[in-house]
Design a binder for this molecule. Sequence first.
Ligand code: PGA
Length: 303
Amino acid sequence: MNVTFRQLKVFEAVARHLSYTRAAQELHLTQPAVSMQIKQLEESAGLPMFEQLGKKVYLTEAGKEMYSYSRNIAAQLSEAEDVLEQLKGVRRGHLDISVATTANYFATRLLAAFVSEFPDVTFSLDVTNRASLLRQLDMNEKDLVIMGRPPDEMNLDTDMFMENPLVVIASANHPLAKKRKLELAELANESFVIREQASGTRIAIQRFFTEQGIEFKTSMEMTSNEAIKQSVEAGLGLGIVSVHTLELELETRRLAVLDVKQFPILRHWYLVHRHAKRLSPVAEAFREFVMENADNFITRPEL
Ligand code: PGA
């Protein structure tokens, strides 16, 4: 097969957008130029990569296979560019990171502090849940990921850098807010507002209650920590969240942290990337910066 990088690049854009028009816009090409590259690729592969039904473009079986390879090749090429930059000793460039929904409470502060040391660095930040972070790691899409404990079986490089305690919260006027040294069993009749299935916090909570042999009732499921805190404040139930999410609410006493004997559930934050990945100079500098400075830039409320 005689495929050129240019054809692969064009193919990757069309496959990602499932649109010739949008791929052409992104690559600053005309639409006929895009169609021509795809036609040549299909001729050289001997199989169609796309099919068009009405106005919609779909990947064929061969197209799907090609897409997964072309993404890897694109990632490798960008890694190669980064490594060459490294050889030039350059400490500027772009940092593409993803963080767990909960880590967003401190990630922007860390990035701001980093950029004040490396003003020529630009970055993009994706905030998403654990399941989606694991998919991004699998596809090698990001320079670095900040998340809760990653799974052992994924062949990742992980650096633990800070504690992430999970605590039980209630509205400030909840009857349990005044009690001391609550037993976990005393929470069995309460209902909890919790995060979605794909959240790391949710998985940790479920594992904890299973280990303790206690059932916990859930009343509502939400995809953001903000929504959970507001529901808890409105009296819709108890919540279990990371202390990182609570800075403002504890300061203004809008929420109370319950004094439950078995709490906090102690988790940690990790900086993660695929084992085989060569970090760009900027990513390596950020990794070192986080490992050395995280504690100075992240304030955690006193419990
Ligand atoms: P989450 O992840 O925001 O998806 O809950 C946080 C964590 O893994 O601790």
